[in-house]
Structure formats: C-alpha cells, structure tokens
Write a protein that binds this ligand. Structure first.
Ligand SMILES: *Cc1c(COP(=O)(O)O)cnc(C)c1O
Length: 389
C-alpha cells in the first residue's frame, strides 16, 4: 500500500519538474507585480489612499459581474462586515456548513451571533440545500416573519454557504429556501474567485459575498479580501464602516458610529491589480493541471479525483482526492505523500468538533463525518508557463 502511494507521489512530482518538495499552493508572480508595488513606494502611496484600491475594486466588480466590490484588509474581516451589513445581530443564529475554514464561524462570533452547523453534499462538498430544508422543517418555526429555532428561541437570520475548494454549491434551491424561510444569503466565496454557477460568478448571488486574497488563494494581495454586492447603498456603507466610519472632510475628524480599520492598503491592492491581470492564465493552467491529474488517477482504484459539479465551472483552487475510507487510512496516505516531499493535507476539522464551537446548535452531520475521512488535498499551484495541452 505504501509503495502505491510512493508511486503516486513520484507521478505528482513529475508534473512539477521533479522538484524535491512540491508545496500545496504557491503564489505565482508572473506579471506587473513588481512594477505596481514599486510605483506605490516611489510615489509614497503605500497605505490607506491611492489609485490601486479604486482600480482593484473596479476591475474586481467587472470580473465578477457584480455592481460593487469593496477591498478589505483580509477575507475574515470581509466576512465579518458582510454579515454585519446583512443584518446579523447579537444572539442571532446563522446556518453554515461545519466543513469549512474556521473564519466562517469566527466572523459570526465577532457579531456575538451563533453558528448553526448543517451538513454538506457529497456532490459539491458544500452546503446541502435539500437537507437544510428538511432540517428547517424539523427545528424551525416562522414567527413574525422570521425563522426561529424552536429549541433555542433565537432568530435564524442568515445562511452562509461556502464554495469549497472553488466548487460552487447548488445555489438555486438554496436561494429558494432563503426566500421561503426569510433567511439572508451571504456567500463565503473566499475560495471561489473565478468559479461560476450556471454561468454566473459565485459571490454575487446573495445580498453580500466575501472573497479572500490570502497568500495561498487563487490570486493574492499578500493579505486581503473583498465584499461583493449588487446593492449600492450597502457597498457605500461597507466602505464607510471599514474606513473607521469617518465623515469626509478636508481636516475635521468626525465619525458617526463605531467603525473598523479594515480597508485594504494601496500596496496590497497594487499586487492585486497585477494578479487580476493574470487570472485567465491561472485558470487555464489550473484546468490543465486538472486534466493531468485526471489522467494520473484514471484507473487508480479506490481513489477519485473530485471534479466540478455539472451546473458549475470551478476555479480548481485546491485539487481534491476522495479516497475510499474502507481501503485507505487518511493519515497513512498523508504520511506517505508528505514524507515523499509532496505536500498534502486533510480537509479542515469540522468546526463542531473544535473547542470554541462545541456548544453550537447543529444538525446530524453524516456526510461531513464521512468526507473528513475521505478528502485529501494535493499540490495545486498552476503549472508554470503551460496553458495549452
Ligand atoms: C481563506 C478563507 C477565509 C478567510 O480569508 P483570510 O483572508 O485568510 O482571512 C474565509 N473562509 C474560507 C472558506 C477561506 O478559505
């Protein structure tokens, strides 16, 4: 068994010039990054104001097809503000998958609201709308035009689907549920820049969405994030409270509420502008990598490469293997791959299994528990200089 995975490790390395160590996901700087960042330093505009922030926001809105994008200091902060402007308040509950990065739940906690964990689908790895509806019927009651959790008495305000590794969840049935049960849709699109659902970019389906440009994401600004929305007023409000809620004035400092210092610095936006110029190339070479992996794992028994759902086009941010858990022990496979210099990692520990979130309400999570044993992420950096097969 060990020699089989050693063989797989060697095959993976062969896609990356047989390097001794192949990381999971490295940033690719192949464009005007240095030029734009140097421009920030030479002009002195490195911080809170500058042309790159505006340009980054406009290009991002254009690329994602939403009316407005607001650049934020990181993805977690973007989610925090997205949830706040979506109306999430202290003591509300917010539906989300347990199988997500902890930032999704942390952002809810920052508002003194409570994550409420639901199960995911094997077909998307993200929130399962059909199970969600069954669950709502079991534990929810509509009171005064609001969905209320019968067991806790708290309002369930919003639902946060997360497009896992860049694969879109099934959004149409989810949007339908949101309308019928008075839930606000807030998309955690941190991993899905460049991913589409039925031809439309993810992150723009709900009232608000959040993106991340952390160093390991599909494009990077060093650290960074953005709020997406089609609502101009919400976008203006997001900009206002992420710039300390300062009232514009030539010299006076007045602020009309408790704001946040969450805006993206110009130097990070400069990096982002250069990265966005290359996103189509990144996408192409990530799809090429998928093809190579398809070939590599074709015919390998008890291992399946996860590919995009039929209704979507994925950015393939992180390449994903589903191993047959009755055949392979996850930790064993991780041990062999990593020892061979191929960086591989499991999916996040489900949030309901983590100390800060033990106490949160949750549905039965059988698919979550199963996927935890089955998912392994393998190297996903776009192949260098290759966009055609
Ligand atoms: C990366 C990520 C975030 C947060 O992004 P940061 O920029 O690292 O704060 C949020 N949610 C998910 C699912 C992520 O993968």
């Amino acid at each position: 068994m060990s020699s089989q995975w050693q063989h797989i490790a060697r095959n993976i390395k062969s896609l990356y010039d047989n390097k001794d160590f192949v990381p999971l996901h490295e940033p690719t700087f192949g464009g005007k990054e240095l030029e734009y960042v140097t421009d920030c330093i030479q002009t002195g505009w490195v911080s809170s104001v500058g042309k790159y922030v505006n340009e980054f926001e406009l290009t991002l809105a254009d690329y994602t097809g939403v009316k407005r994008a607001v650049a934020i200091v990181n993805g977690t902060a973007a989610l925090h503000i997205a949830l706040k402007i979506a109306g999430v308040q202290a003591n509300d509950e917010v539906f989300m998958p347990s199988l997500t990065f902890i930032a999704t739940a942390n952002a809810v906690s920052y508002l003194q609201a409570v994550p409420h964990f639901v199960d995911v689908s094997e077909h998307t790895l993200g929130l399962d709308p059909y199970k969600l509806e069954e669950y709502i019927q079991a534990i929810g009651v509509i009171d005064n035009g609001q969905l209320v959790n019968k067991h806790t008495g708290r309002i369930i305000r919003a639902v946060v689907p997360m497009h896992t590794f860049g694969h879109s969840v099934d959004l149409d049935p989810l949007i339908d549920i949101c309308q019928r049960y008075h839930l606000v849709l807030v998309e955690d699109a941190a991993e899905s820049l460049g991913s589409y659902y039925k031809g439309k970019h993810t992150g723009g389906f709900g009232l608000v969405g959040a993106l991340s440009f952390n160093g390991n994401k599909i494009i990077t600004t060093g650290g960074g994030g953005a709020i997406l929305t089609n609502n101009e007023k919400l976008a203006d409000y997001a900009k206002h409270i992420t710039t300390t809620a300062k009232n514009p004035h030539r010299w006076d400092f007045t602020h009309d509420e408790v704001g946040y210092n969450y805006r993206m610095p110009n130097i990070n936006a400069a990096l982002g502008c250069a990265q966005l110029e290359q996103i189509d190339e990144f996408q192409k070479s990530k799809r090429l990598l998928t093809k190579r992996y398809e070939k590599l794992f074709d015919g390998v028994e008890n291992v399946q490469l996860f590919t995009e759902p039929s209704f979507g086009k994925s950015n393939y941010w992180l390449q994903t293997l589903l191993i047959n858990e009755e055949h392979y022990n996850r930790n064993f496979v991780l041990e062999v791959l990593n020892s061979e210099g191929v960086m591989a990692r499991p999916i996040w520990t489900p949030l309901d299994e983590l100390q800060p979130y033990f106490h949160c309400p949750k549905a039965d999570l059988p698919v979550t528990r199963l996927l935890k044993k089955r998912i392994i992420n393998i190297p996903s950096t776009p192949l260098r200089g290759e966009t055609n097969d």
